[in-house]
Design a protein around this ligand. Structure first.
Ligand SMILES: C[C@@H]1N[C@@H](C(=O)NCc2ccccc2)[C@H](O)[C@@H]1O
Length: 444
């Protein structure tokens, strides 16, 4: 293997309590909120068909115009306790909030730049009350922070001249100062969700990203930081030049999910997803496919079945309210989670493969069959490992009688389970005496 100073410093998943909690929560809420919500994906009667939070890069909108939007930021209908309650009702265990997106506008009154809420008509800190409100509902908070900062004079996408290098050196001090400020001001946050780390300036400075991560861990022990922050000294990102995952979980699954265990190599991972095809910030005109709650529930269950977390994104309007499609999804998903959340919370891969009728998840000896596709036979085929016996099966607390159809193979009748939404069948299994270790195959 290649000798590395700034590659992965740990092999295998973290086993501490903070990471175990992150892993058990399984379901998060992403919130993208900022000046881009004022534009709402349109300008001068024209619709921007890119991602709303990237509108500053749209040639139809002068950057000088975008950079004045902060003078209109005044979310009079922003009630963080209502945001937190609706997230709780959805069943989210953690929330990720954009403190600063690529445009550089800070939702907290940073003392390292004037481009913050303090300069807006709203004046007040957005982040503090949000962290407090979500924590009060028992929801952990993670801070999204973009390294890319289109507003800061010292930001560079690449270093071409000594002047670039001098500027970028100042920029790195600014980044470290802002991250320190965030941890000091909001000490209950559980981690950072870094973004905007793909440009050469950052990619070619693996030493800094490594030192920064270690500095933050020292400042706030237990902090959870994904793989997107880091580059190694050869410019490799997420996985170092020896193919070892950097950071605490694989953070590359953006608007896409792994298909099979081999795609995640036994690592902790998290997928982040939009309800429309590709909008994170508020866009007045959602074009293309808008995912239904059943589609989103399936993504959440699929993620759990592959041992990862699933984070669903919401883009509040400039005034602090949520669009009706997003409120509807939070309510519908929440209704399902209230009844079936046990198949997700604290659950992980079952090691039983991928059945036609849906997904297996598992917590200890409890195996959950989450059914999305009812077979015309009305029977769900279940094949258990040799040393595993099926003690009992139940659906919504009512016993179900499996039919033994072969060695350790059963048909579970779906009976009169609902057909309009996914449903869960619980299999209580037991390890036959002497069954070594995990009686279920471990992901390779
Ligand atoms: C979480 C999302 N990440 C931001 C983004 O720029 N994604 C585009 C992108 C996604 C993956 C690799 C490079 C660039 C989007 O604006 C959202 O904040």
């Amino acid at each position: 293997s290649i000798p590395l100073q700034h590659g992965a410093h740990r092999s295998g998943n973290r086993t501490d309590a903070d990471m175990a909690r992150w892993r058990s929560l399984r379901f998060g809420q992403f919130v993208h909120w900022g000046l881009y919500a004022i534009a709402g994906g349109e300008w001068n009667g024209k619709i921007y068909n890119g991602a709303a939070e990237w509108i500053r890069s749209w040639k139809e909108m002068p950057t000088a115009v975008y950079d004045q939007l902060y003078k209109q930021f005044n979310p009079v209908n922003y009630h963080p306790e209502q945001w937190a309650q609706q997230a709780k009702d959805m069943g989210a265990g953690y929330m990720i909030i954009t403190t600063k997106h690529h445009d550089g506008f800070c939702l907290w009154p940073s003392k390292y730049t004037r481009y913050t809420v303090a300069a807006s008509p709203y004046k007040k800190d957005i982040i503090g009350p949000m962290v407090e409100a979500y924590n009060k509902k028992g929801i952990d908070v993670y801070l999204y922070f973009s390294i890319i900062d289109w507003n800061h004079p010292d930001w560079r996408t690449s270093l071409k001249t000594p002047a670039d290098s001098a500027a970028y050196k100042r920029f790195k001090v600014f980044v470290k100062n802002q991250l320190t400020e965030l941890l000091v001001k909001y000490p209950t946050v559980k981690g950072f969700w870094f973004d905007g780390t793909w440009d050469d300036s950052w990619k070619n400075d693996g030493a800094f990203s490594d030192e920064l991560e270690q500095y933050l861990q020292k400042l706030h022990p237990g902090l959870i930081i994904g793989s997107r922050l880091r580059a190694d000294e050869r410019g490799a990102r997420h996985f170092d030049s020896n193919n070892h995952l950097m950071g605490d979980y694989e953070q590359g699954w953006e608007r896409k999910l792994p298909e099979q265990p081999a795609d995640v190599h036994g690592n902790d991972w998290e997928g982040v997803m939009t309800i429309p095809e590709n909008q994170w910030g508020y866009h007045a005109h959602w074009l293309g496919h808008i995912k239904s709650s059943n589609e989103l529930i399936e993504m959440l269950v699929k993620s759990t079945s592959l041992g990862g977390n699933f984070v669903l994104n919401f883009g509040p309007k400039a005034d602090g309210t949520f669009r009706s499609e997003e409120v509807q999804r939070m309510q519908e998903i929440g209704n399902w989670m209230k009844v079936n959340g046990s198949a997700v919370y604290g659950a992980s891969e079952a090691g039983l493969g991928k059945p036609d009728w849906g997904y297996y998840t598992r917590r200890g000896d409890s195996v959950f069959m989450v059914v999305f596709n009812v077979p015309v036979s009305g029977n769900l085929r279940v094949k258990l490992p040799a040393k595993t016996t099926l003690a009992e099966a139940s659906a919504s607390g009512q016993p179900v009688t499996p039919e033994l159809i072969g060695k350790n193979e059963y048909f579970i009748p779906v009976g009169n389970a609902p057909r309009h939404a996914p449903f869960v069948i619980l299999l209580q299994t037991s390890r036959a005496a002497g069954a070594e270790g995990g009686h279920f195959e471990k992901a390779k």
